[in-house]
Design a protein around this ligand. Structure first.
Ligand code: URA
Length: 239
């Protein structure tokens, strides 16, 4: 792989910026300073450093997005803007894709990765990964709604949901709640709340497994941050 491509894949800077950085002598390979952006190297074995600090090559990458409203969760769309359209240029070549989906009007934690096995485990109901949502509803949450969720809501089309946790966000009467689900069917949370007569006005995903949106550091105005392997694995950690 070319040196500039490897560094761009690592998210260091864009290919254009990297040409300048490499030519200025700030990069070394296996301890030797290099100035050729097109130098060929083995990403798994050669050690690249920038300003003396090693950059480790990671085959699989994980990003958290605090998804804003109005974006489709898709890799591309001919008409509408997708979550991939807000990625900085250097991340666009990483073959990332969204892990599951959030509706266009849903905000909050969305993962992007190039690790298919990881994505499958996060999405599949078999692994019982809990996803927590904050919902504002038209109508206050009742104890009856909570009991129905706990026993497994039956949607209006007859579909049976796995048992889910419903908590009012504040003491009753309260038209805001936390919903914890372990599956991700189409419009799942909205349909579950609609089935108990509480249409959703606003929906935000707060966590996936043990990975909480509130614990992540987003730089400045950015709504995207890279996760370490440890952070990505929090999704599977016991609570
Ligand atoms: N459930 C929904 O209804 N919408 C989402 O975006 C996510 C979960």
């Amino acid at each position: 792989m070319r040196l500039d491509k490897l560094m761009s894949d690592l998210g260091v800077a864009s290919r254009k910026e990297l040409k300048q950085i490499i030519k200025s002598g700030r990069v070394s390979v296996n301890g030797d300073p290099v100035r050729e952006p097109d130098m060929k190297l083995d990403p798994e074995n050669d050690e690249v450093a920038l300003d003396g600090r090693p950059l480790s090559y990671r085959r699989f990458r994980y990003f958290a997005v605090d998804k804003p409203e109005g974006l489709l969760t898709a890799c591309e769309d001919k008409k509408q803007k997708t979550v991939m359209d807000i990625l900085p240029e250097q991340l666009r070549k990483l073959d990332l894709f969204p892990v599951g989906r959030l509706d266009k009007d849903t905000t909050g934690l969305l993962l992007l990765t190039n690790d298919g096995e990881y994505a499958h485990k996060v999405i599949s109901p078999k692994y019982r990964i809990e996803k927590v949502y904050y919902a504002e509803t038209d109508g206050a949450i009742t104890n009856e709604d909570i009991a129905l969720f706990a026993s497994g809501v039956v949607l209006r089309d007859g579909l049976h949901c796995l048992p889910a946790k419903l908590e009012a966000a504040e003491p009753s009467p309260c038209a805001a709640c936390y919903v914890t689900v372990m599956e991700g069917k189409y419009h799942q949370v909205k349909r579950m709340l609609a089935s108990v007569g509480k249409p959703v006005i606003h929906l935000r995903r707060l966590s996936i497994g043990n990975l909480e949106l509130g614990s992540l550091q987003f730089d400045g105005d950015s709504c995207i941050c890279e996760l370490s392997q440890e952070q990505a694995n929090l999704v599977f950690a016991e609570k």
